[in-house]
Design a protein around this ligand. Structure first.
Ligand SMILES: *Cc1c(COP(=O)(O)O)cnc(C)c1O
Length: 375
């Protein structure tokens, strides 16, 4: 079976984990945590970064930092992973689902504009497949209507909007290092704080509501419970694994882009035939080769290709089921139709995609798709 995902190892993960163990500091915020956090501030110019145990954690921290409560409305795409929504649902916020653009699964900013009210506390921009949302349009709205922007950049490491790294534009941003992402640590994530007014409190929430970080820097003489918080830090073993990955980010990205381009070129024939379309990367965005998908003409055709590939021992998958019509949410939903979100949900097919996918394996997938349309 040609699997859908396969974690890539640089070869140095175990060395760094061993070193972390030998340093006899196994809990969080030690040497490797600092190394990773500094990597991001220096390479991408993020103001402040805090490693977390997942992107889900980072999103939950964002909701806490923004003091989101039952009076607040949060605008987010319906076509996204459940954590984008859960972080704010946990705080009792009212979720306002927006549609995707026609061309990409990213937020349709015209629709977002229509959904803004004086209760809008934040808009969560998910950079689907690492492709940037139209951030200028969103930040203009944020300035005008005074709401916060959280980037769910789970899939968007090392991708750029008009030259700015994704994760550096919103007030807060979240990365994932889950094993299905470009850069991994098993489970793992990071909160990025670009608006400095959140920096201090972010550290407190991160350290279970205490000022322990300030204490260790010698800024206070004892540490105490000063706010709410939770246990969001990953252990040093997780950070050590991540550090091995981060050192190879350029090599990993180069390999992934080669895989992506090979698929893109190999499937052009089918695109010209009008059988399906391929991802559209707007001029303002780079491509970080997070995933490769096609958009078929209908749900039944998508499922037929998927089953054909499965018979040939190729694992292709689809996602996401739109959140506005999910079992948990549909009874709370306003009823407004979200055509693009539904279309992407029904028609996207994700092909096997990982850093070490070989040219032969990609060709096997492409051939299999050609075969589907020839029979
Ligand atoms: C993967 C993903 C998440 C969740 O990341 P975890 O690190 O697994 O918590 C959230 N949002 C999006 C868009 C994702 O792709």
């Amino acid at each position: 079976m040609l699997g859908f995902n396969k974690p890539y190892l640089t070869g140095r993960e175990l060395d760094y984990i061993r070193d972390a163990v030998e340093r006899e500091k196994l809990s969080g915020n030690g040497f490797y945590t600092q190394q990773c956090q500094q990597f991001f501030t220096s390479r991408y110019g993020f103001k402040k970064t805090l490693l977390t145990q997942s992107c889900t954690d980072a999103l939950e921290m964002a909701a806490l930092l923004l003091d989101v409560g039952p009076e607040d409305e949060i605008i987010l795409p319906s076509f996204t992973f459940v954590s984008t929504a859960n972080a704010f649902a946990l705080r009792g916020a009212k979720l306002i689902f927006a549609d995707s653009e026609k061309e990409t699964p990213n937020l349709d900013m015209n629709h977002v504009r229509q959904l803004i009210t004086d209760k809008t506390k934040a808009v969560v921009a998910v950079h689907y497949a690492g492709v940037a949302c139209d951030m200028d349009a969103l930040m203009d709205l944020a300035d005008k209507y005074r709401f916060f922007v959280v980037e769910d950049a789970a899939q968007a490491i090392d991708s750029y909007y008009k030259g700015k790294p994704l994760g550096s534009i919103g007030h807060l941003a979240c990365f994932s290092f889950h094993e299905t992402k470009n850069i991994i640590s098993g489970e793992g994530g990071m909160l990025i704080i670009n608006d400095e007014k959140f920096s201090q409190r972010a550290e407190v929430l991160w350290e279970k509501g205490t000022n322990r970080s300030a204490f260790f820097r010698g800024e206070v003489d004892k540490y105490n419970w000063i706010d709410i918080g939770s246990s969001f830090l990953p252990s040093e073993m997780t950070a050590a694994f991540l550090w091995a990955q981060l050192q190879e980010v350029d090599a990993i990205q180069k390999k992934r882009l080669t895989v992506w381009n090979h698929y893109f070129e190999g499937l052009q024939f089918q695109v010209k035939e009008g059988h399906f379309s391929l991802p559209i990367i707007p001029d303002y965005s780079t491509n970080n080769a997070h995933m490769f998908y096609l958009v078929s003409r209908s749900e039944s055709e998508r499922n037929a290709i998927m089953n054909h590939l499965k018979k040939q021992e190729i694992q292709a998958i689809f996602h996401y089921l739109p959140l506005h019509s999910s079992p948990y949410f549909h009874s709370k939903y306003s009823g407004r139709e979200l055509f693009s979100a539904v279309r992407f949900s029904e028609c996207i097919l994700r092909l096997p995609f990982y850093t070490e996918l070989s040219e032969e394996e990609i060709d096997r997938v492409i051939k299999s798709i050609h075969q589907f349309y020839n029979s």
